[in-house]
Write a new protein. Sequence first.
Length: 108
Amino acid sequence: MSTASQKDLSKSAYDHLWMHFTRMSSYENSPVPTIVRGEGTYIYDDKGKRYLDGLAGLFVVQAGHGRTELAETALKQAQELAFFPIWSYAHPKAVELAERLANEAPAT
């Protein structure tokens, strides 16, 4: 990413993106850190710096970044039903997962 586009992206992030749990005033005179890609358990910023993605589990990426098999599985599922909450309705994949989890759980 070019330096000019990094500055543009940082300025746009500061102007338009409301980052939760963040004091936006801390970016008045410095660029907004921007993560551009992930690979396995690491993420990389727009300057190429590598970080261990310690918050991955908090935001449901605990399986790692760049996992082709997960992307292919998600694509297959999204073509059928991308998402549907289980509030008063069931769907086959939710039932299948519930059964698998029940079978793995210790007996009571």
